[in-house]
Design a protein around this ligand. Structure first.
Ligand code: ASP
Length: 468
């Protein structure tokens, strides 16, 4: 029989009701207690979390010691033993940053994502809830690095970032540069960090100071969180490095030995869950960084300048799409884009840049209707090369423009940005094919590609030679 929570129940059993509440009472264990549970399906250790609003009445939510949450069917629990009790307070107080006139000024612009998140026990989900001030409360080492000013621009997961937010961000960066800060850090969800990094690379050109994007793959309530280390590396880079570019600063290896600084137009999230998820594609990263030290890997980066000027150029026409080609793609995919008024199409083609023959006619019509069509490669590494096969030549004859070794997402962002300025075919082409921030490079280094394939003897030998 279910019973309504009494005042006492609600304090001890935080949200549990029905079967789950009855079972917790029977077992004599409380919410926030560290328990050893035996069930029909196995044994588990962890902390009983408050029940989230969206959970059913049949399960108990356990935060295991590895940081993952699981639901256990209350009726399947045979025994439960409390081995500890620790009520968590996930609200970290906002703390005022201690100021030291000797230290450089850095501004952290928060947009959201896991780095700005804590576990929300109302819904059981990770929600964007940290303000940047709370972030400092959680990582006090930041005060050893600089004077940090924090501004929360948005509190969203990065799948909700788009041109509107990129523009707001670019303008906010412009304001900070004009104010004369030594560097800017952008807290951002990792999922689309590379899109925003590309957008900022075009919207904020010739920056005199580092603009460093940072996120975390694991939220700060988890023991394996990368949030604090990433933040310390990024804030140090912004405050002290001489690297005046838009970069992404995230875990290099699988441990917190050092972070890599990736150029904003050459970086991509490559793993859905690893902390070392970001990789430079088509090149090698700019540098390795630890809190307190940067070791350049490349020397061709833009250096910090004492002036306060940058070219802030925030415009975007969002009638642009990426079409990821797959075998048997039908013409109506292209036709529907044109019918819906899309003005730019970036194709991620097979191999050197191909699509099947049935798409030729709709692509020709798309170009005729005024659309700007660019070809990139699904392989990510390497260049579009449309002179090798006659099919490539045919596509170029239809008006499809090869975009060299621009990554598909980068070409998408750049095309939207270019179309925000002009729709003149030649001008758009000139903008697209003139590199601004290494989005097109003259060559791709062999060692950059190799590093993607650890485990292969030749690669192990190569990695062994690196003095990291
Ligand atoms: N979904 C999150 C986001 O991109 C993941 C993260 O922050 O790492 O906002």
């Amino acid at each position: 029989m279910t019973k309504n929570n009494s005042a006492d129940d609600s304090a001890v059993y935080k949200g549990y009701k029905g079967t789950a509440l009855a079972r917790l009472k029977e077992l004599g264990v409380r919410v926030w207690s560290d328990v050893e549970i035996t069930t029909e399906k196995g044994n588990f250790k962890g902390v009983i979390l408050p029940r989230s609003e969206s959970a059913d009445d049949l399960h108990i939510v356990l935060k295991m010691h590895n940081g993952y949450n699981i639901g256990i069917l209350a009726d399947s629990i045979r025994t439960a033993k409390e081995i500890g009790y620790k009520e968590a307070h996930y609200k970290i107080p906002e703390q005022e940053f201690p100021r030291d006139p000797e230290k450089p000024e850095v501004t952290l612009l928060g947009t959201g994502g896991t780095i700005a998140s804590r576990l929300d026990y109302r819904t059981g989900a990770v929600i964007p809830a940290f303000t940047p001030g709370e972030l400092y409360g959680a990582v006090p080492e930041l005060a050893d690095i600089c004077n940090l000013d924090t501004k929360k621009l948005f509190g969203i997961f990065s799948e909700n970032m788009g041109p509107e937010q990129w523009i707001t961000l670019a303008k906010a960066i412009g304001v900070e540069i004009e104010k004369g800060v030594s560097g800017i850090v952008i807290g951002h969800g990792t999922d689309t960090m590379h899109h925003t990094a590309a957008a900022l690379s075009f919207m904020v050109q010739k920056t005199p100071v580092p603009i460093v994007m940072v996120g975390s793959q694991r939220s700060s309530d988890r023991p394996s969180s990368d949030a604090a280390f990433n933040l310390r590396c990024a804030v140090w880079t912004a405050a002290h490095s001489d690297l005046a570019e838009v970069t992404v600063c995230m875990f290099g290896p699988t441990s917190d030995k050092y972070n890599l600084l990736h150029q904003g137009t050459r970086v991509r999230k490559m793993h859905s869950s690893y902390r070392s998820t970001f990789r430079t594609i088509g090149d090698v990263p700019l540098a390795m960084v630890e809190p307190g030290k940067m070791t350049p890997i490349r020397s061709d980066y833009n250096r910090r300048r004492p002036d306060k000027s940058a070219t802030i150029d925030p415009s975007f026409d969002d009638r642009v799409a990426i079409v990821y080609y797959y075998p048997n793609m039908k013409p109506d995919i292209i036709e529907s884009l044109v019918d819906n008024g899309y003005k730019g199409i970036v194709i991620a083609g097979t191999g050197l840049g191909h699509v099947n023959k049935p798409l030729y006619e709709p692509l020709r019509k798309a170009v005729e209707a005024g659309a700007h069509v660019y070809m990139t490669v699904q392989t990510l590494w390497g260049y579009v090369q449309m002179f090798v096969y006659d099919t490539g030549r045919d596509l170029m004859d239809l008006g499809v423009v090869p975009a060299a070794n621009m990554l598909p997402e980068v070409a998408y962002v750049k095309l939207g940005w270019a179309l925000g300025h002009t729709h003149d075919r030649e001008k758009v082409k000139e903008m697209m094919l003139t590199p601004i921030a290494n989005e097109i490079t003259e060559r791709e280094p062999f060692d950059g590609y190799l590093i993607m394939q650890g485990g292969v003897p030749e690669v192990e030998e190569f990695i062994g030679k690196l003095k990291l």
